[in-house]
Design a protein around this ligand. Structure first.
Ligand code: OKS
Ligand code: ZN
Length: 346
């Protein structure tokens, strides 16, 4: 299987985030990709390739022009205002209730307008890394269009929380959504996205909520008790044309082990099989792992082999797009287990 990765993604490295009210080194760091690359190389059978160049035009398929322009210009305006000292981070949020939906001119106003939380700071190299991550996903689509049955886009920063004009949850551009849209623009009548990150893929859901040509399914920790808190509930089933094409399967924190997870994964896969997509995009978050430092499911190494195998049995051309996962010592092995299980099903 081909794995698309570029070192340019290292340029995005946020220093701190707030965890339980305390400044903490950011969990989403370049070393995450190193762990996955090491495990892929140790396992063998994977070829690492560089992405093609696509620029920022594909980002504008699923994000608004003003948001993409903001991402591209944010760091320069931050440095003009505050100097190159700290990461650019919002503190005040326009999407909040009772405030006007109006784009201010100053950098803190703009940051808060385009953010829904404080976990997506921007650094000097972020924009280049954000573009590079989308290019990894887009290259994966094109490899599949050229005949590969599957590919793995090792994207950083991740993407599934990024909505048309909002960043948050370590996400800026929605790599998986851009990939799904690329399949559609290259002729696919139906594309399915299966999000198996521990956190609900609120951005991907928002992007496709009123469309029937992209089915969004997600298995995640119950948002009544965990991030992203305000979207991802079971009653969100799509709107307009998209009604019936959004499937959220929230699961309880702490008690979700393989015995709970497996039948729900089977349910999501059955819905996907019934939809008969021409391509499948997996938002591959590895933070469902028992030892993940910020998540509360109880999946184990062997379970990842099974997840990959169950997905592989669908026998649909599949692009895996990397999302979360922060238990760095196990991250590589667990990721390889999914891809290895997938290959064994073929
Ligand atoms: C703070 C939690 C912040 C979580 C950000 C989620 C990142 C992620 N208690 N998304 O998939 O992994
Ligand atoms: Zn996650």
């Amino acid at each position: 299987m081909k794995v698309i990765y570029t070192e340019k993604q290292r340029l995005h490295h946020v220093r701190f985030e707030f965890l339980n009210g305390e400044a903490t080194p950011c969990f989403e760091k370049p070393e995450r990709a190193d762990m996955v690359l090491n495990a892929l190389n140790n396992h063998g059978g994977f070829t690492i390739v560089e992405p093609n160049s696509y620029g920022d035009a594909p980002m504008r398929w699923v994000h608004t022009d003003d948001y993409v322009d903001f991402l591209a210009s944010c760091w320069d305006q931050w440095v003009e205002t505050f100097g190159d000292v700290h990461d650019a981070s919002p503190y005040c949020f326009a999407p909040a209730r009772h405030l006007r939906n109006r784009i201010p001119k100053d950098i803190e106003g703009r940051l808060g307008y385009y953010s829904f939380d404080m976990t997506a700071a921007i650094t000097a190299g972020s924009w280049k890394a954000i573009v590079a991550a989308t290019e990894c996903a887009l290259t994966g689509v094109d490899l599949i269009k050229q005949g590969e049955h599957a590919a793995f886009a090792l994207c950083r920063p991740p993407g599934h929380h990024a909505a048309p004009d909002l960043m948050g949850g370590y996400c800026y551009a929605n790599n998986a959504a851009i990939a799904a849209e690329s399949f559609v623009r290259q002729g696919a009548k139906r594309v399915a996205v299966l999000d198996i990150d521990y956190h609900h893929g609120n951005g991907t859901q928002s992007i496709f909520y009123n469309r029937s040509d992209v089915l969004f399914t997600s298995i995640h920790g119950d948002p009544d008790y965990d991030y992203p808190h305000y979207l991802g509930f079971a009653d969100e089933d799509g709107e307009g044309e998209g009604l019936g094409f959004n499937l959220n399967l929230p699961l309880p924190l702490h008690t979700t082990d393989w015995s709970v997870y497996e039948p729900v994964l089977a349910q999501a896969l059955a819905r996907i099989a019934e939809y008969k997509p021409e391509a499948l995009v997996i938002s591959l978050g590895m933070d469902t792992f028992a030892d993940d430092p910020i998540s509360y499911f109880k999946l184990m190494r062997n379970d990842y082999q099974n997840i990959g195998w169950m997905i592989g049995l669908l026998n649909i051309p599949t692009l895996f797009v990397f999302e979360g996962g922060y238990a760095v010592d196990d991250l590589g092995h667990n990721t390889v287990a999914v891809l290895d299980g997938f290959n064994k099903a073929l």
